[in-house]
Design a protein around this ligand. Structure first.
Ligand code: HEC
Length: 108
């Protein structure tokens, strides 16, 4: 039992971790960055731990820089929510890619 649980989490870790290793550098994939870094707290249409992408797109429109700025140094806006952790350690291009993707997705 214990063996199969850890095998499963190893397999998951492998999928998330190894795609970047080989081949020429690819342009950052905003959807992938979202799945890895943001999806646990931000869903497309419903409020979960953080606001939905729909709400975020409603606030930021096409302001990719605004989302990047927030992700580097999140403020404290919503009294009923926890503080969002900072993503200042991510690469600028990953932040821009995920911000662009979020705003596109949130418009749908
Ligand atoms: C651990 C949970 C968590 C993760 C992971 C997370 N967020 Fe958040 N996010 C929050 C919470 C909570 C808020 C609301 C904070 C508030 O209003 O005080 C928020 C709010 C936001 C907002 C709205 C800011 C505003 O002006 O209202 C944006 C944009 C955002 N997050 C982007 C991101 C991006 C991009 C990522 C991934 C790189 C991400 N978040 C990952 C929890 C998270």
């Amino acid at each position: 039992m214990i063996g199969s649980v850890s095998a499963a989490s190893l397999a998951l870790g492998g999928v998330a971790g190894c795609r970047r290793d080989a081949g020429p550098p690819e342009p950052p994939d905003g959807h992938r960055v979202y799945e890895m870094r943001c999806a646990q707290c931000h869903a497309a249409k419903v409020t979960t731990i953080g606001p939905s992408l729909h709400e975020i797109a409603g606030i930021y429109g096409t302001d990719v820089d605004g989302v990047v700025k927030w992700a580097k140094a999140p403020g404290r806006k919503r009294k009923d929510m926890t503080q969002m952790p900072s993503f200042g350690h991510l690469m600028e291009e990953d932040l821009r890619a995920v911000a662009t993707w979020m705003l596109e997705e949130g418009k749908k």
